[in-house]
Design a protein around this ligand. Structure first.
Ligand code: SF4
Length: 177
């Protein structure tokens, strides 16, 4: 957003958009998200109105087998797709670190925030960044978008949105014989 916000609310500019600072829901993975939220939804009863806030904040996690489907959608091999567009994120579940794929976030100048195809660290995890597949205010892999993206709606109660530990457990289950 290029408009300068009014002085009525404390705000800051982050990655080219104005962020309102106020009390927010608990967010275990990113303590800063407790204080920073995007502009309020114009009418939560409408659900997703394609503001792209989630796509411009933190790309969703793929479920097992979905990166292959997204690769096929864009005509790439899974290996080339991962190396070009995804990162390896993850979390600990039941004492095991579980790896998952996610689209790479872009930096403020539109370049990948880190080299795709690599594991991410805690610093990358807290960075707000636009998903590499977010084009023309829409998803460039909509037909094969990640599990988290398919089930997330910013107007849901937090507990009704996909939880990362649940997605990690899907990957864990997929690994088991
Ligand atoms: S994969 Fe698509 S729906 Fe998911 S964050 Fe990226 S642009 Fe948004």
């Amino acid at each position: 957003m290029s408009d300068t916000p009014s002085a009525s609310a404390p705000r800051l500019a982050a990655l080219g958009e104005w962020i309102v600072r106020r009390d927010g829901a608990s967010q275990e993975e990113n303590p800063y998200w407790d204080l920073e939220e995007p502009e309020p939804h114009p009418d939560p009863s409408l659900g997703c109105v394609r503001r792209g806030v989630c796509c411009r904040s933190s790309p969703g996690w793929f479920g097992p087998g979905e990166a292959e489907e997204a690769a096929a959608l864009v005509g790439m091999t899974p290996d080339a797709f991962v190396r070009a567009h995804l990162v390896v994120d993850g979390m600990e579940v039941d004492g095991r670190f579980v790896h998952v794929f996610a689209p790479v976030k872009l930096g403020p100048h539109g370049e990948p925030a880190i080299e795709p195809g690599r594991p991410v660290d805690a610093l990358y995890r807290v960075l707000r960044g636009t998903c590499t597949f977010f084009v023309d205010k829409g998803c460039g892999i909509y037909g094969a978008r990640p599990y988290e993206c398919r089930h997330y709606d910013c107007t849901n109660e937090p507990e009704d949105n996909p939880q990362h530990d649940a997605i990690a457990r899907m990957w864990l289950a997929a690994e088991e014989p």
